[in-house]
Design a protein around this ligand. Structure first.
Ligand code: APR
Ligand code: PHB
Length: 388
């Protein structure tokens, strides 16, 4: 088999890149280790920046998002029982879209099926070859038989545990990491959200987040220790702990119900540089992770693949290598901005096992955020998303 771009991974990064390449008339094949149903069973965050919304529209998969997604003009931050609002629209003129990543993945899969572009699911033992030469290859197994794809480029969109980044010689890549000493216990339930807007909660017992997927489906998180076992958290215990962290009004409005999903996720910041190695280009979680506090994971994947698709279009249609040469630096500039914001928001809102001084600094920083127009504007600009 032969294609122009072999894409590893059918998460949001790989699928969106596939759609963008289709639009530019560039052939591509996606190889995914799991089944489509498995990919769709993963519950991820759900806040989409305006620029990512525009990109989904551009590739023709935005219709359901506009019908079912919820446009949010602002967000609430609750500090030790007192609620504050950051008005994105007033401060920046922009809004965000609340729409589950699982739904975006489904819309992208449907979009890909509609144009008949090939995705090979259940591809085992994917291996990358010769990407430092002119003719890279990818091999994989399906039902025990080995296959090979010859291509011009390999796009590593295979997430943080994928094979693409691991195929790069250790001396050619630099990684930066911060592991936070806590995790998030998340619960999804078919109950109406406690508020029309997301509420980020800073409380001495730990961070909490009230989010949503629709007017009838809520997503809640509470900060927990990394040693926590999800089995030790029956629904009632989760709701009781959440209530302890909310303000009186939210506590009174909270509608509880059985969990549809409950899981613990660790929090991590990670960047691997550069994002290009010859004819291998990395994008999305394959080369950077943000803690979910700033809701930037999918948005960063979207900006990476936008730069990447433009670079590949330049290569094929204008015979120019400039876009590919600048891809890594251009994408990383935006990545580090989002890393900074996600790290800052994480350290601002979580109960840290640190010193009394750190605690006072958090409170002073929050006081500044709520008291300064400039600080609130900077927060809003970062949350709604910096320009591409
Ligand atoms: N071979 C083939 N596919 C692989 C391999 C492999 N060796 N390893 C991983 N994959 C697949 C995974 O099964 C997954 O479907 O790559 C895909 C990577 O998807 P994500 O982990 O979602 O990563 P990405 O697309 O970069 O996501 C960006 O969306 O899903 C969220 O948390 C994610 O916020 C992040 C954003
Ligand atoms: C979510 O809805 O899952 C969500 C929203 C905002 C975040 C993180 C997760 O910052």
């Amino acid at each position: 088999m032969r294609t122009q771009v072999a894409i590893i991974g059918a998460g949001p990064a790989g699928l969106l890149l596939g759609q963008l390449l289709q639009k530019h008339g560039i052939d591509n094949i996606i190889l995914e280790r799991h089944t489509g149903d498995y990919v769709l069973s993963r519950i991820r965050a759900g806040v989409i920046e305006q620029v990512a919304v525009d990109l989904l529209d551009e590739v023709g998969v935005g219709a359901r998002m506009h019908r079912e997604g919820l446009v949010h003009d602002g967000t609430q931050i609750c500090v030790d029982g007192a609620r504050h609002r950051i008005d994105f629209k007033a401060l920046t003129g922009k809004t965000v879209m609340v729409y589950g990543q699982t739904e975006i993945t489904k819309d992208l899969m449907d979009g890909r099926a509609a144009v008949g572009a090939p995705t090979i699911y259940d591809a085992q033992d994917v291996a990358l070859h010769d990407f430092s030469a002119e003719r890279p290859r990818v091999t994989y197994r399906v039902d025990g038989a080995t296959h090979e794809i010859e291509c011009d480029f390999i796009a590593g969109c295979d997430g943080s545990h994928g094979v693409a980044r691991q195929s790069v010689p250790a001396g050619a890549i630099l990684s930066y990491e911060r592991v936070y000493p806590f995790g998030w216990l998340g619960l999804l339930s078919d109950t109406p959200p406690v508020s029309q807007e997301l509420i980020y909660v800073r409380h001495p017992r730990g961070f909490a987040l009230c989010s949503m997927r629709s007017p009838t489906r809520s997503r809640y998180y509470i900060q927990c220790s990394l040693a926590e076992d999800v089995e030790a958290w029956p629904d009632a215990r989760f709701w009781d702990e959440l209530k302890l962290r909310l303000d009186g009004e939210a506590r009174a409005c909270l509608v509880t119900g059985p969990a549809i999903e409950k899981s613990i996720a660790p929090l991590r910041s990670f960047v691997a540089e550069p994002m290009r190695f010859g004819r291998l280009l990395l994008a999305g979680d394959a080369c950077h992770i943000v803690p979910p506090t700033g809701a930037k994971g999918l948005n960063l994947a979207a900006s990476d693949v936008r730069y990447l698709a433009l670079a590949l279009a330049e290569h094929y249609h204008e015979k120019s290598a400039a876009g590919l040469e600048h891809y890594s630096a251009r994408a990383l500039a935006r990545v580090w901005k989002a890393e900074r914001f996600s790290w800052w928001m994480t350290t601002l809102l979580h109960a840290l096992p640190g010193s009394a001084f750190d605690h006072k600094m958090q409170l002073a920083e929050l006081d500044y955020l709520f008291g300064s127009h400039a600080a609130a504007t900077a927060f809003a600009e970062n949350y709604v998303g910096l320009p591409f």
